[in-house]
Design a protein around this ligand. Structure first.
Ligand code: 3HC
Length: 308
């Protein structure tokens, strides 16, 4: 099946990134949101990102030409003739199932449905539709325009041709797809989440300050970001949600949320997007580690120094 027109559900961090790379690859894209202000915010991010790529000479077309293939809408009917729908709304089984069930009635029968979920069962989402054989996972990574990987996940109900169409679509986006199956967390989060949670546990146990832990993993292992910076970057609320789903699935302590993560969530410290997490992001170029606040001691005692 040939994919020409793509619908993206949600224009947040992931949805806007997916819409951007899909339009950049030459597809017509319609993004569905619940409110105009979410579309405006997402499209403004896309324009900034496209301008950055243009500045570096990394686009084959002008940002305006790419932008012209991108439309926003508040009406599900505008997605009726899409060949592929990629959902990137809030990580909530109920919200996603509701969304798929309503779109199932509107979008043409042979269109493929895909979810960008990082942890919710694709099988459970597919079962909310009348097209479970035409349902896959397409898991992108943050920031979508820069990260090369897409995990393509099949369920036991996915038709082989649909799975291969999803794989080929990811390649057309210029991404590197990997094949995986509907096992909670797929490949990346199965390995990444215990590592991130262990970094929080190490911090809770006083193994090192926020800066020490991040510097150690950056310089000791060559990672582009330390784990606590990455947590702020991915979103502590997103991570917390993922841990709940993964713990519920596997009942293994390594997937359980450390108490500090839960406290940060209850405080509304979701990381970079909310302005505060392990770091204060008031100036995104100079994040300030929050050891003093998290440990209830003075900044000097907490070793509050700038990260490398
Ligand atoms: N669009 C266009 N350009 C962008 C951009 C965007 N959205 N975001 C950043 N850039 C540009 C920057 O402006 C910068 O340009 P410059 O060189 O001209 O200044 C360039 O890209 C490099 O960015 P930075 O200088 O900020 O920093 P890095 O060199 O560290 O690269 C990074 C940024 C690619 C994000 C790198 O730090 C990285 O790979 N970090 C790890 C990210 C990661 O692990 N993501 C996966 C998270 S897990 C996930 O998403 C799954 C989910 O289910 C949890």
């Amino acid at each position: 099946m040939e994919i020409k027109k793509v619908g993206v559900l949600g224009c947040g961090l992931m949805g806007s990134g997916i819409a951007q790379v899909t339009a950049t690859a030459g597809f017509d894209v319609t993004v569905l949101e619940a409110e105009q202000r979410f579309l405006d915010k997402g499209f403004s991010g896309i324009e900034k990102s496209l301008a950055k790529f243009a500045e570096k000479g990394k686009l084959k077309e002008t940002p305006d030409a790419i932008r012209a293939r991108l439309k926003g809408t508040l009406k599900p009917q505008d997605l009726a003739d899409c060949d592929l729908i990629i959902e990137a709304i809030i990580e909530s089984v109920e919200e996603k199932r509701k969304m798929y069930a309503s779109l199932d009635a509107v979008v043409k029968k042979d269109a493929i449905f895909a979810s960008n979920t990082s942890s919710i069962s694709i099988t459970e989402l597919a079962a909310a539709t009348k097209r479970p054989d035409r349902f896959i996972g397409l898991h992108f990574f943050n920031p979508v325009p820069l990260m090369a990987l897409v995990e393509v996940a099949r369920t036991i109900m996915t038709a082989p041709g649909v799975f291969e169409t999803g794989y080929a679509f990811a390649q057309k986006l210029g991404k590197v797809p990997v094949r995986t199956s509907d096992k909670t967390g797929f490949i990346v989060n199965r390995l990444l989440v215990p590592y991130l949670l262990d970094a929080i546990r190490a911090y809770e146990e006083g193994v090192g300050s926020i800066t020490d832990i991040d510097t150690a993993m950056k310089l000791g292992c060559g990672y582009p970001m330390g784990p606590l910076t990455l947590l702020d970057f991915v979103g502590l609320d997103t991570t917390y949600y993922i841990t709940q789903v993964m713990f519920d699935e596997f009942k293994e302590p390594r997937f359980a949320s450390p108490p500090l993560l839960k406290r940060l969530i209850m405080a509304g410290w979701f990381g970079k997007k909310s302005g505060k997490g392990f770091y204060d992001w008031s100036d995104p170029a100079k994040p300030v580690p929050q050891d003093a606040a998290l440990q209830g001691v003075s900044a000097e005692r907490a070793g509050n120094v700038a990260p490398v």
